[in-house]
Structures are given as structure tokens and as C-alpha cells.
Design a protein. Structure first.
Length: 82
């Protein structure tokens, strides 16, 4: 005996269209103003990060430059006695 499948029903998406038109009548609270201490603190943190990056570039670039060849070849001390 064959079972009949139930017909597929379309799902009404009217609620999606209604959600686009929905506007809340509740206003969010006003944003809290930052105090002078917080602004100064955030500025100091930002300057510290920027100074750290600049310092790492300042000290790191000479180590990365390959233009200066070393005056002597690097050999291990173990190979000197042979």
C-alpha cells in the first residue's frame, strides 16, 4: 500500500515584511559622555602603542638590512681545532 505524501505548504513570510516596517517607540538612553581622564588615558594608550611600533621599526630595520656584509665568516669553535 502506497502512502500519500502531504502536500508542501508555503510558509507565509508576511511577518518579515512587517518587521521592516516596525519602529519602536522606546528611545535608547543617551550615550554617556567620556570624562577628561578617560580621554587622556585612551590617548596615552594609543601613543604608547604607536611609540612601541615605531621603536620596533627603528631598532629592527638595521638588523634586517642585508646590505652590510660581515667582515668575517661565521664558523663554530668546534671546527677551529680540526
Amino acid at each position: 500500500m502506497l502512502r500519500r505524501r502531504t502536500p508542501v505548504r508555503s510558509v507565509p513570510f508576511a511577518f518579515v515584511a512587517e518587521a521592516d516596517r516596525f519602529r519602536s517607540n522606546v528611545t535608547p538612553p543617551p550615550r554617556e559622555r567620556l570624562g577628561a581622564g578617560r580621554i587622556v588615558g585612551r590617548t596615552l594608550v594609543g601613543l604608547t602603542v604607536v611609540a612601541g611600533l615605531a621603536g620596533s621599526l627603528l631598532f629592527g630595520l638595521p638588523a634586517l638590512s642585508a646590505s652590510e656584509a660581515p667582515g668575517h665568516s661565521q664558523q663554530s669553535q668546534a671546527s677551529d681545532g680540526r
